[in-house]
Design a protein around this ligand. Sequence first.
Ligand SMILES: NC(=O)c1ccc[n+]([C@@H]2O[C@H](COP(=O)([O-])OP(=O)(O)OC[C@H]3O[C@@H](n4cnc5c(N)ncnc54)[C@H](O)[C@@H]3O)[C@@H](O)[C@H]2O)c1
Length: 438
Amino acid sequence: MGDSLVWNEGLSAMSNERIFTADASSVVFGPGSTHETGARVRALGCRNVLVVTDPRIAELPPVANVVTSLEEAGVAYEIFADVRVEPTDASWNVAIAAATAGDFDGFVSVGGGSVMDTAKVANLYSTWPDDFMAYVYPPLGQGKQVPGPLKPHVAIPTTAGTGSETTGNAVFDLSSAHVKTAIAHRALRPTIGIIDPENTRTMPPMVAACSGLDVLSHALESYTAVPFNQREAATDPLKRTVYQGANPMSDVWSTRAIELCAANIRRAVSEPDDDEARAAMFLASTSAGIGFGNAGVHLPHAMSYPVSAHARDFVADGYPGDHTLVPHGMSVILTAPAIFRWTAVADSARHLEAARLLGADVRGATPEDAGEILADALIDVMKSLGMPNGLSAVGITDADLDALVSGTLPQSRLTQLSPRAVTEADYRSIFASSMTIW
Ligand SMILES: NC(=O)c1ccc[n+]([C@@H]2O[C@H](COP(=O)([O-])OP(=O)(O)OC[C@H]3O[C@@H](n4cnc5c(N)ncnc54)[C@H](O)[C@@H]3O)[C@@H](O)[C@H]2O)c1
């Protein structure tokens, strides 16, 4: 990208992008901020909201505190507590039906990414009804533009985390195609994110570890994504893609998030009562969310989607045991070392800087060392958080390689942000070398 802010240097053609945007939800950060929910919802003009959550969070303090706060502010509410962890098209349709059945003028989501994403689509389809695949990203869906604004949505994350409280993405498992995909549009971005470190206190250690590694991967991927000014210019400013590529503002958020993860992720997982570490990881997740919500993520996320869809009989500690599930952050991180080892040649300086921010000693390193150093730094973190040693440890075998590759191909929204052009053979070799990591 260089240091110039007029982006003339290195432009290969006049059609290269020279403009980037920076969008984020309003953020309210701090312990106890959940108690501000009612006042803020009321100030948005809402009088009757749907509170969206999952069965476990419904029994925990964050929902109780939201309910008290809404009642104190005189806001009527109904609770929808049937969010599926790692949602599917079927589970989204249940939530959309609930949102459509009531006369709601706003949404409050309380939970992890599964909950916040479900609230976004319940808001979308109840406000602008259409065929289910209409707004889903192509090639699987029709990629239709959202016609106008949605109702206010106050998102209250309980994991640190997906950063979904700041992004316009909603991710789901399209069960019929055995693949995860997304709806992505600025209109889906919540109006306010309330980030209260008290709300992550009850996370089981494996949930803290997986959601924390999701944060780290968001930051590493958005920082190493193809720079925005090496991409085709948008012809319609209002249709400029949400995921624009690395840019000077997303870099600020992403690099800070890497540092915060390096300093806090281990403590936040092993010592849930460490308020400082938990708060720092929450700041990291929201920061990474703002970074990747504008820059995008690339291969670790794109290649994680078929991993989630093809794992057999794996249920992680701390996650609901009612369905097979490789947690999102785990599925992302299992291929990340092999990916960064492979992408480093595209921009060794950025990969080395990412490794340095993650705590690696990069003194004397040559550009050729960048991939290995970053992969090693990441593996250190994974080992310390008890991640399984590769895809084989979550039940994936070489017989799945074809399906993993074909499940990655529809993720062009993300794969086009890879800093290095990628072929089917590359996917296969990265998956194969991720079967066992260390
Ligand atoms: N929209 C986006 O930008 C975005 C980004 C990344 C991931 N995602 C999606 O988000 C989902 C993953 O979200 P997640 O990692 O936040 O986890 P999650 O929402 O799937 O929750 C995982 C489990 O942890 C439990 N849990 C959450 N917070 C808890 C708490 N404070 N105390 C006790 N238990 C708690 C939940 O009840 C659930 O059982 C995936 O579907 C993923 O694809 C979306």
